[in-house]
Design a protein around this ligand. Sequence first.
Ligand code: AMP
Ligand code: ZN
Length: 112
Amino acid sequence: MVEDCLFCKIVAGEVPATVVLSGADWLAFEDIGPKAPVHVLVVPKRHLADIGELGSDPAVAAAVVAGIGAVARHLGLSAYRTVFNTGAAAGQSVFHAHAHVLGGRDLGWPPG
Ligand code: AMP
Ligand code: ZN
């Protein structure tokens, strides 16, 4: 747990969130500012700042990927997009790794 990390606080239950599903090493909760009808964040319970750090713990990285699949199955998503924003210039605003799982509408490709 890293002090002043919002998602560490959500994992610890210190900040409320609408939890969708969880596993031993990951937590999925609804994004507070949804960009699609379904917008869930899947985070490692361990503090890792971004996808690069997540890759340094292959067991946790695999658990997060499995969590993304579990969330999609749980919500009955037949199509969805998974995004890891990495770095402020790419839109990362919370520096605790998280996968955005977006679905529930035609997302289009390439993204606008
Ligand atoms: P990013 O900009 O990729 O770092 O994504 C951070 C995401 O966290 C944004 O989509 C925010 O809407 C979302 N967010 C910020 N605060 C909360 C919160 N308290 N509960 C759930 N999602 C949040
Ligand atoms: Zn954290």
